[in-house]
Write a protein of this length. Sequence first.
Length: 305
Amino acid sequence: MGIRATLSNAADDRSMRLAGIVLMLAAVGMFAFGDALGKYIVATYSVGQLMLLRACAALVLMGPSMLRQRGEFRRIERPWLQFLRVVLSTLEIAAFFLATVYLPLADVVTYYQATPIFVTALSALVLGEHIGWRRWSAILIGFGGVLIALRPSAQTISWPAIIALAGSLAFSCSLLTTRLLRTTPDIVLASVQFAGGLIFGLLIAPVGWVTPTWGSLGLFFAAGAISAGALLCVNRSLKLAPASIVVPYQYTMIVWAVAFGYLVFGDVPQLSTAIGAAVIVGAGLYIFLRERELGRTEAVVNPPA
């Protein structure tokens, strides 16, 4: 009976981890679509307007759920950690767009792909998660694939580059705080994060304000809806599985970027991009299959005494 219960618990744990991976993959796809939409929007409107109106749309969409769970906001857990998470997530977005003013977008994205390495290292130090050498190797290989695909320029040591790396570190820390706050309802995590973006947007949107058309308002609304869906998926993913397992799947962002670049903007991927994407996908699949194998092994090797 004890062995049967252990097998059942191991199967449940493995299912939660796989569900977390699937949700992270879905979130990355939605974020990529939102990035493509944002690229189209900021050709006419400022970044401040994008952050402001996208946050407004997301909060309006989540309004009914926020009302139904309004009691959760009155007994919010660890408020200072919640505040830190909002600050980190807002700063990383600001750092990303500030860096793109001075550096090619490919360079900034490359710096942000250091996130899985930061998360893996911090997960071991802060969350006490066990990181084996095989997973470390797969993560580093995946990052190597990003470098092959994006071919960052020689301009790597500059204050914009430092800002981009700091943004990547802030993003990593925000993911870890989300993991620490996994008992907080998803709607609370998402809404307070968009509230932070709303406040930041209110501060910077007046600079270079352009009155949006009705059609553009529809695009802002779509951007908010996509961002809300993606953020809810990320938050749920980090509740179901350790950060060091699901975060490496953000490497698949480059695959989505190639697809949207070709289909929407007519960008033909270069051979280096195709090779790098293959390496990224291979590393991610290895981690996925490794988790399945470890889940089965633990159930057999560690029965109850």
